[in-house]
Design a protein around this ligand. Structure first.
Ligand code: GUN
Length: 293
C-alpha cells in the first residue's frame, strides 16, 4: 500500500512554480498576480484564503486580498468583481465560497471574466473542460489528476466510481476521467444521495473518489482489495483532546480501508494541499495567457 503524499507533491510542484517565477523575473517579465475575495467570518474560508495568499508569497507571486464583512451587498460585490476584471495587473482572481446567504453565488460566478477565472467555475471554463478544450480546471479535480499522473496510477479502462456530484468536485472529476485523455479513458460511475445499493458500486471500483462530506463513511467492507482511494473529504470532527477542539477526518475510515488499498490519500495531507497548487498553476497559465491568448 502506498500513501499518496499530497503535502510533499504540492511542495514539489510549488518549487517548480517558484523556479518558473524566478525565470520570469530574471527575464523582466510580469510577475503572476492572484487576488482573493473573502466575504464574512466563516473560519474555514478564512483559513483557506490565508493559505492561498501564503502560498502565492512562497512561490514569488503577487497577491491581493480583498476582505469584506457580511454586510456587503450584492451590488458592492459585483463592483469589486468588475474592478478586478478590469485591473490589468491582476492575472486571475477567486471569490471564496460559500458566500453569506444573502449573496448570489451563481451571479458572482457568471460575473467573473472567464480569462481570469482561475477557479475554473465559470460555465465557459466548465463547458470547455467537458469538450476537452484548453481551460482552467477546477482546483480539486486538477489536484486529483496531478496525483494520479505523478504516482503513475493506471486509469485507462479502469472502473472509476465517484461519490458526490457537486459542481466543484464530483461532476467535473467524473467528466475528466471519462475523457479521451491521460489520465482518463476510465469507465466512470457517478453515485449520489439517490443512488440505491451504493456498496454494489463501491465494491466494484478500481478507483474510488469520495467527495461526500461525511466523516469516515467509507468502511473496509465497502471496497475491494487493491482499490485506489482518493478521499476528498475534509470534515471537522469535535475532539476535546485536540489542540483546536476538533480533528480533521476524511470521508474514508483510513485505518481499516488503507489495509485493502493499493494507493490511498490521507486526511489531512492528501487532496487538500493539492488544491492550492492547482490554483497557483492556473494563475501562472493566466499570467502567460496560455488559455485565452
Ligand atoms: N470553497 C471551497 N473550495 C473552493 C475553491 O476551490 N474555490 C473557491 N473560490 N471557494 C471554495
Amino acid at each position: 500500500m502506498t500513501i499518496i503524499d499530497g503535502k510533499q507533491l504540492a511542495s514539489d510542484i510549488k518549487e517548480e512554480i517558484a523556479t518558473e517565477v524566478k525565470k520570469i523575473a530574471e527575464a523582466g517579465g510580469k510577475i503572476p498576480h492572484l487576488a482573493a475575495v473573502l466575504v464574512g467570518e466563516d473560519a474555514a474560508s478564512q483559513a483557506y484564503v490565508r493559505n492561498k495568499v501564503r502560498s502565492c508569497e512562497k512561490v514569488g507571486f503577487k497577491s491581493t486580498m480583498v476582505t469584506k464583512d457580511t454586510s456587503l451587498t450584492q451590488s458592492e460585490l459585483m463592483d469589486i468583481i468588475d474592478k478586478l476584471n478590469k485591473d490589468d495587473d491582476i492575472d486571475g482572481f477567486i471569490v471564496q465560497l460559500p458566500l453569506p446567504k444573502h449573496l448570489d453565488e451563481v451571479a458572482v460566478t457568471l460575473a467573473i471574466d472567464p480569462k481570469k477565472d482561475v477557479d475554473g467555475f465559470h460555465p465557459m471554463n466548465f463547458g470547455r473542460m467537458a469538450q476537452g478544450l484548453p481551460c482552467y480546471l477546477p482546483a480539486t479535480p486538477f489536484g486529483i489528476l496531478q496525483m494520479l499522473e505523478r504516482y503513475k496510477i493506471d486509469v485507462e479502462g479502469k472502473e472509476c466510481v465517484v461519490l458526490g456530484r457537486s459542481n466543484i468536485v464530483g461532476t467535473p472529476i467524473s467528466i475528466l476521467l471519462s475523457r479521451k485523455a491521460s489520465p482518463g479513458n476510465a469507465t466512470v460511475v457517478l453515485c449520489h444521495s439517490r443512488t440505491q445499493n451504493l456498496v454494489d458500486y463501491t465494491r466494484r471500483a478500481d478507483i474510488l473518489i469520495v467527495a461526500l462530506g461525511r466523516p469516515e463513511m467509507i468502511t473496509a467492507d465497502m471496497v475491494k482489495k487493491g482499490v485506489v482511494i482518493i478521499d476528498v473529504g475534509i470534515n471537522r470532527v469535535d475532539d476535546e483532546t485536540a489542540k483546536r477542539g476538533y480533528r480533521l477526518k476524511g470521508d474514508v475510515k483510513f485505518d481499516e480501508v488503507s489495509k485493502l488499498a493499493s494507493f490511498i490519500t490521507p486526511v489531512p495531507g492528501g487532496v487538500g494541499p493539492m488544491t492550492v497548487t492547482s490554483l497557483l498553476m492556473n494563475t501562472l497559465k493566466a499570467s502567460r495567457k496560455e488559455i485565452y491568448g
